[in-house]
Design a protein around this ligand. Structure first.
Ligand SMILES: C[C@@H](CNC(=O)c1ccc(S(N)(=O)=O)cc1)Cn1ccc2ccccc21
Ligand SMILES: [Zn+2]
Length: 260
């Protein structure tokens, strides 16, 4: 009875999978305690070069909405920062809350942001496919950008205007020109640490690069995220909100900063 209680306790409704991976030592997300992060002067600036023409479509996958890119060539890549190789952009997506008090996956000094953007890249120099990279410690690199309530974000609005077309799970629409660098703050400062995917299979394959500066979006733009649905057309509607994983233990990890 006791162990099943513990297991039941650890299952999180949204993911129907264990909250903590047995034996997991580098799970994400985490709280970033600013004063415990260690400045690393050897961290390089992150170089981002995306080709807007590699944008393919927007897809509601029932967890979030993803903007997917053609990752069959090295046209949209990041290099530098903490990375040994260049990594190819595959998709970006967001996590957000039902209200502005929470929604991000990472926190800074235990503060939640209303939403968080993840730009997902994979190490195509070393691994032949994304699926293989997902299983390797240096397979993925995800840039995290916090969203805070403020000014209207022009670049995001083109994305927001397309969301009603992917309201339901498993809907997709063509989205053919978008440059995601418009969603990344120009300030070069970031934190970096070794972590994992925050949704199944939760593999410990992600080098996280979390931008220090948030981008500003307005209330209508956050509300547009919240009108998406987890559910398919015809099912009882469940609003797509609070699609963030709970914080995971830091364990034996140091968060490095690119700035003093
Ligand atoms: C990776 C999954 C698909 N999931 C992702 O690509 C992904 C990307 C980024 C994040 S986050 N929120 O951390 O930025 C989370 C998930 C496919 N898949 C499912 C099982 C599975 C097994 C082997 C290979 C691929 C597999
Ligand atoms: Zn994510």
């Amino acid at each position: 009875a006791c162990c099943s209680y513990r297991l039941r306790d650890a299952l999180h409704p949204l993911w129907q999978s264990p909250l903590t991976i047995p034996g997991g030592t580098r799970q994400s997300p985490i709280n970033i305690q600013w004063r415990d992060s260690v400045y690393d002067p050897f961290l390089k600036p992150l170089k981002i070069s995306y080709d807007p023409a590699t944008c393919l479509h927007i897809w509601n996958n029932g967890y979030s909405f993803l903007v997917e890119f053609d990752d069959s060539t090295d046209r949209s890549i990041i290099v530098g920062g903490p990375l040994e190789n260049q990594y190819r952009l595959k998709q970006f997506h967001f996590h957000w809350g039902a209200i502005n008090e929470w929604g991000s996956e990472h926190t800074v000094d235990s503060k939640f942001y209303p939403a968080e953007l993840h730009l997902v890249h994979w190490n195509a120099v070393v691994y032949p496919t994304f699926e293989e990279a997902v299983m390797e410690g240096n397979g993925l690199a995800v840039i995290g950008v916090f969203l805070k309530l403020g000014e209207h974000h022009e670049g995001l609005q083109t994305l927001v205007d397309a969301l009603p077309a992917v309201k339901h799970k498993d809907t997709v629409i063509e989205f053919d020109v978008f440059d995601p660098s418009c969603l990344i703050p120009s300030c070069p400062d970031y934190w970096t640490y070794a972590g994992s995917l925050t949704t199944p299979p939760l593999t410990e394959s992600v080098t996280w690069i979390i931008k220090k500066k948030p981008i500003e979006v307005d209330e209508n733009q956050l509300e547009a995220f919240r009108m998406l649905l987890f559910t398919s057309d015809g099912e009882e509607e469940k609003r797509m909100v609070d699609n963030f994983r709970p914080l995971q233990p830091l364990m034996n990890r140091t968060v490095r900063s690119s700035f003093q």
